[in-house]
Design a protein around this ligand. Structure first.
Ligand SMILES: Cc1cc2nc3c(=O)[nH]c(=O)nc-3n(C[C@H](O)[C@H](O)[C@H](O)COP(=O)(O)OP(=O)(O)OC[C@H]3O[C@@H](n4cnc5c(N)ncnc54)[C@H](O)[C@@H]3O)c2cc1C
Length: 567
């Protein structure tokens, strides 16, 4: 069973204390039930009771305090495996609840990565007291352009400063114990991260910029007093901790998407399988089966990829920075696949998806947020394109990374080092995975990869194309599919999964590759030679009706009525 099901999940890959956290959280949502979930969603009720539950059970404190800073709670550590599980559960029930956890993670990033030990000790205490945290990076007029940050910190001498400026789109900044705020020193022009307190009289909570259960704040600081004790990092370290924090936070977006899609999938399947039209069950229509099989295989692929990416993330080091390719993919590929899953289910359940009492109504809106947070899809694609040459043509040697379900504290996440030198990062040869299986659809996909590589060698994008983001984004989609498939195969081998499932996954992978090849063909800048390669990349998966039927019977329709949220 690959998909999460709250009614049967045993979390037996976790230690007993972590397992208890996951089960209690499921109980919290199931006890409140769907009616309350939807009513709070419609009334935009701030989730005080959830935060009480978190405090009473010491959940953020246990999951988000690195072992080095724990205060008596021997279960506290930063363990990405269980953080993924918690993300999936929160996404499954409500993205607004996930969001308060997500921005707490972001707010904690610059603190745990900084050099101010006193703030770290205070933070461990605040976590125990049940506080949430906030990450004040974005500004209203600057979007992704962090270089232009206007928040200023003016030195007054004797380790004293005054902060002035505004921040926009900052989750939890209404209530956070610490709002980690990014700005610039007006004298040295250096970047700086400092702590702000929403309770301070010089902190102006302007508004919630969204109409939602969560609070996404605009806040202003005017003449806000800061001392050295409030500063987490300055200069290059502050800049790096902004980007390294996002590297950590990014990972959660894919897992939230997996949670959302899983709940929507159960709901959609139960509805369609119980609906009779013209004397036939809706799930007997061939196109409906195709949509459900596609939704299911896309969703399982999202999860298998993200699980494997977690192994690399947890095993990362200064020498092994492969996670810098896989994390942005968990951020942008997985949530955009989530959008596809929701589209497919919505086409099946049609009008039902609009109704006020279904989870799907929330899923349809919330899934759209994930590709846009922690940098847009474009920003992340622009980042990973830097890896393409080394990925295909200059592989490195690495020891085999196994499954990382161990109860370790992922210390490296807070010591990732400088964020430059991306073009030098090497990856293990994708052929190791692709050549490890001999299956019809994998073999077709390998042919597609071969043509892509030939195009990159003999019709290498020229200088103008290398500057044209519209062209590169599409090329990046093809590259992303190759790395996506690679980690899915690795996971397939590790878990000894059924060949049927892998083949059905590569059925959509081949179709997606063909679609992106056609889009690249149609771009204004694509040369005649490149267009020829694009045509050669367009392929059709092997049709195997028996395999399709087996997936439908054994893995898809068998999930009917296996989960329904408590009323
Ligand atoms: C609900 C919500 C919650 C949020 N929470 C927080 C938070 O807690 N803390 C926080 O700091 N921020 C937060 N944000 C801000 C979020 O991270 C930004 O929305 C995101 O960084 C994108 O910025 P933007 O929307 O202003 O787009 P812009 O930066 O204005 O981008 C405009 C367009 O240009 C493209 N673009 C920009 N730069 C590049 C590039 N280098 N390469 C290619 N294309 C590019 C973008 O893809 C986009 O299509 C939140 C946003 C939302 C909507």
């Amino acid at each position: 069973m690959i998909l999460f099901n709250p009614k049967t999940a045993d979390f037996d890959h976790l230690d007993p204390a972590s397992r208890a956290i996951m089960k209690k959280t499921i109980d919290y949502f199931e006890t409140r039930g769907k009616k309350q979930l939807k009513s709070d969603y419609h009334e935009r009720v701030w989730y005080d009771d959830f935060l009480d539950f978190i405090r009473e059970n010491q959940i953020f404190s246990t999951l988000l305090t690195p072992a080095k800073y724990r205060r008596g709670n021997k279960e506290a550590r930063w363990d990405t495996r269980r953080i993924c599980d918690f993300n999936e559960i929160l996404g499954f029930y409500n993205l607004a609840h996930w969001y308060t956890w997500q921005v707490s993670i972001l707010g904690l990033g610059p603190i745990w990565m900084g050099s101010n030990e006193k703030i770290k000790e205070k933070t461990a205490r605040l976590l125990e007291e049940g506080h949430i945290f906030a990450f004040g990076l974005s500004e209203k007029t600057h979007g992704a352009d962090l270089y232009s940050s206007d928040m200023s910190l003016t030195p007054l001498g004797d380790g004293k400063y005054v902060a002035d400026g505004g921040k926009y789109y900052i989750g939890n900044a209404n209530k956070a114990g610490i709002v980690s705020t990014f700005g610039k020193n007006t004298e040295t022009d250096e970047y700086v991260f400092f702590a702000a307190d929403p309770e301070h009289e010089n902190y102006d909570l302007v508004q919630n910029v969204v109409d939602w259960e969560g609070y996404v704040a605009e806040y202003g600081l005017s003449g806000y007093p800061i001392t050295d004790e409030d500063i987490m990092s300055t200069g290059r370290a502050a800049w790096d901790s902004a980007l390294n924090t996002i590297n950590v936070g990014k990972f959660n977006l894919g897992w939230a998407a997996i949670g959302i899609c899983t709940h929507a999938f159960y709901e959609g399947l139960n509805h369609a399988a119980g609906r009779n039209l013209y004397g036939k069950w809706v799930t007997d229509f061939p196109h409906i089966r195709q949509m459900f099989v596609d939704a299911y295989t896309r969703l399982t692929a999202m999860k298998l990829f993200s699980q494997r990416a977690a192994d690399y993330f947890r095993s990362a080091s200064r020498e092994d920075r492969r996670y810098l390719l896989y994390n942005p993919m968990v951020k942008m590929k997985v949530p955009t696949q989530g959008e596809e899953v929701i589209n497919l289910i919505w086409d099946v359940i049609a009008a039902r998806g609009f109704e006020k009492d279904v989870y799907f109504e929330m899923a349809a809106v919330d899934i759209r947020a994930l590709p846009k947070l922690e940098g847009t899809v474009h920003v992340n694609m622009a980042l990973i394109i830097k890896f393409m040459a080394n990925y295909f043509f200059n592989p490195g040697q690495f020891p085999e990374i196994g499954k990382r379900d161990d109860a370790a504290c992922d210390e490296f996440l807070f010591d990732q080092g400088e964020t430059r030198g991306l073009g030098k990062i090497q990856f293990h040869d994708p052929a190791l995975a692709y050549d490890s299986v001999d299956l019809p659809n994998i073999n077709i996909f390998k042919e597609q990869i071969k043509v892509l590589k030939e195009m990159l060698i003999s019709a290498t994008p020229d200088k103008e194309q290398a500057k044209n983001m519209d062209f590169l984004l599409n090329l990046g989609e093809l590259f992303t599919l190759v790395a996506y498939g690679q980690l899915i195969i690795e996971k397939f081998n590790m878990e000894k999964l059924e060949a049927d499932l892998l083949e059905q996954i590569f059925d959509f992978m081949i179709r997606d590759f063909s679609k992106f090849a056609l889009t690249l063909y149609s771009k204004p800048d694509t040369s005649e030679v490149q267009m020829g390669f694009c045509m050669d990349m367009i392929k059709k998966p092997v049709m195997d009706k028996d395999r399709f039927d087996r997936i439908w019977e054994k893995q898809v329709i068998s999930l009917k009525d296996s989960y329904e949220m408590n009323p």
